[in-house]
Design a binder for this molecule. Structure first.
Ligand SMILES: Nc1ncnc2c1ncn2[C@@H]1O[C@H](COP(=O)(O)OP(=O)(O)O)[C@@H](O)[C@H]1O
Ligand SMILES: [Mg+2]
Length: 336
């Protein structure tokens, strides 16, 4: 946080927001402060005063971010200097005191080589991801919260040839990539009059008109999955994104659930997703450990009319072990 005006916040809070290992700072009224990041969610001792002082901090920051936060408008979502996004909500909507959720969007971009060096994947796995990019396969990166999906996606984008244009759409602009031609669109919530909302579905439609070579969805989390699947099935190959799922095998159910938000029934999602997506790369963070690892790569397809993510490769300490769906993936990507 070196550029521009300083955040109107106490030094101890600033120090947390400037810590490179911190992605989120969550202030729960006067009761507690939690941080999330490379070590996972943990409580920290940070004294911000009583509920009234926390409320003053929230309103001051909302104003600094060009928003409004008061009794008539008890929630705000603003961008603050230094790449910090703040969501704040006041009592009585938050009955136990003002709730402040800071998201630090400034983040270091890793190359895939750096992730290999950090133990996130063996070199053979990086080669496989590179092959997915070269084959212009559409794929998703799955994992739990904090598993390193966004970080991996940003690194993967660095492999895209510099002659191609990438359009990224995100709920909150998080992805920073070394790619020289990557443009970003960020969703916007409604203003105090309830106007001007511009969600991921709207962004997906805009992205299609921006001459993308590859469309990237930071995280598929809602009805925009319909636009994404449509785009991928109408010639936008080489796209990728992340999706929240506890295992690769859970991705079909997650896609079905997201599709239902967009009014798509199970069979429609199955047919569209199987046609659109080649693979899922699953990342995992071992409990209590900082290291993130790619666990497996699954091939997406239909089995007796049902959408499945079948194991194509499992990452073992000894290297990559091919699974039953390897041939399926290889054929689809033109490697066999
Ligand atoms: N491969 C990795 N090795 C070490 N730390 C990582 C790795 N990937 C992510 N992190 C750290 O973990 C935190 C969460 O990463 P992020 O990519 O935002 O996860 P997700 O998108 O799955 O929620 C960040 O602090 C990030 O710097
Ligand atoms: Mg993420």
């Amino acid at each position: 946080m070196t550029d521009g005006p300083r955040l109107a916040a106490p030094p101890a809070l600033l120090a947390l927001l400037e810590d490179p290992a911190v992605t989120d700072v969550l202030v729960n009224g006067a009761q507690s402060v939690w941080v999330d990041g490379s070590q996972g969610l943990r409580q920290v001792a940070l004294e911000l005063g009583d509920a009234h002082q926390v409320r003053l901090l929230a309103t001051r920051l909302a104003v600094q971010g060009g928003g409004r936060l008061d009794d008539a408008c008890p929630a705000a979502d603003v961008h603050l200097p230094g790449g910090v996004r703040l969501h704040a909500v006041l009592p009585p909507v938050a009955p136990d005191g003002p709730l402040l959720s800071f998201r630090v969007l400034r983040r270091e971009a890793f190359t895939l080589g750096q992730l290999v060096a950090a133990g996130t994947m063996p070199p053979a796995c990086a080669d496989l991801i590179e092959a997915l990019i070269s084959a212009r396969a559409n794929f998703l990166i799955s994992g739990a919260t904090g598993a390193g999906k966004t970080t991996l996606l940003a690194a993967v984008l660095g492999l895209v040839p510099p002659t191609e244009r990438i359009v990224v759409i995100e709920e909150a602009a998080e992805i920073s990539t070394p790619h020289p031609h990557c443009v970003r669109l960020e969703a916007r919530t409604a203003n105090t009059e309830g106007h001007g909302a511009f969600g991921l579905t709207a962004l997906a439609r805009q992205a299609l008109r921006m001459r993308p070579d590859r469309i990237v969805v930071g995280e598929c989390r809602g009805a925009e999955v319909r636009e994404l699947l449509t785009a991928l099935n109408t010639g936008h190959e080489g796209s990728c994104g992340t999706i929240h799922a506890n295992s690769a095998a859970d991705v079909p159910a997650r896609l079905t659930a997201l599709g239902s938000l967009a009014g798509l029934d199970r069979d429609t999602v199955a047919v569209q997703a199987a046609a659109a997506l080649a693979a899922v790369v699953h990342v995992r963070r071992a409990t209590g450990q900082a290291v993130r690892q790619i666990e497996s790569v699954a091939a997406i397809g239909l089995e007796q009319g049902r959408l499945v993510a079948a194991p194509a490769v499992t990452v073992q300490p000894s290297g990559l072990v091919r699974g039953p769906a390897w041939d399926w993936l290889a054929a689809r990507c033109g490697w066999s």
